[in-house]
Design a protein. Structure first.
Length: 167
């Protein structure tokens, strides 16, 4: 389905625009103004049959008398709060939870995906940084190998052997 609407990126998932396919996971991020995340929206998602409903409330959880991260699973038509973070969702093959990350030089809490072993998947910037570091190490290793080869060739020449014409 087209991810743009009216020339802009779509900001929400609309079942009627997705051939009536209900998502497996719904994520609500609580803002400064309460928006029915713990009652109205939860009821709507349960009625649609969304299997997992996750509420991320990093700033206002005390106001709402909840935890900053809550995962719910639809069981017999009702959401039941689940325990554990990151929370593993076998039907999705991913876990979700909070993580402290440095983004743009600022340390902050964000939501990240986790694998089955509880390892966070790297963010695109972090993954790019890891790749740059791997390339740097490989270049350094190649330079050391080239220096070794150059020293060996020089030694062979000092012994009267042409390193370019070895038997």
């Amino acid at each position: 389905m087209e991810r743009r609407k009216g020339g802009k990126s779509r900001r929400s998932y609309a079942v009627w625009e997705e051939n009536e396919v209900v998502p497996i996971v719904a994520l609500e991020m609580v803002s400064h103004k309460p928006g029915g995340e713990y009652d109205e929206k939860m009821s709507i998602y349960a009625g649609l049959g969304v299997l997992y409903y996750i509420i991320y409330n990093p700033e206002f959880w005390r106001r709402d008398r909840h935890q900053p991260f809550e995962a719910y699973k639809l069981i017999d038509g009702q959401y039941q709060q689940q325990i554990g973070e990151p929370y593993w969702m076998p039907e999705v093959g991913l876990g979700m939870g909070r993580s402290q990350q440095v983004i743009g030089g600022i340390e902050q809490e964000i939501l990240v995906w986790y694998d089955e072993s509880g390892n966070a998947y790297p963010l695109p910037d972090a993954a790019a940084g890891q790749m740059r570091e791997q390339l740097r190490v490989e270049r350094q290793r190649a330079e050391v190998q080239q220096q070794r080869a150059d020293r060996l060739a020089e030694y062979l020449r000092s012994q009267g052997i042409d390193p370019d014409n070895l038997p």
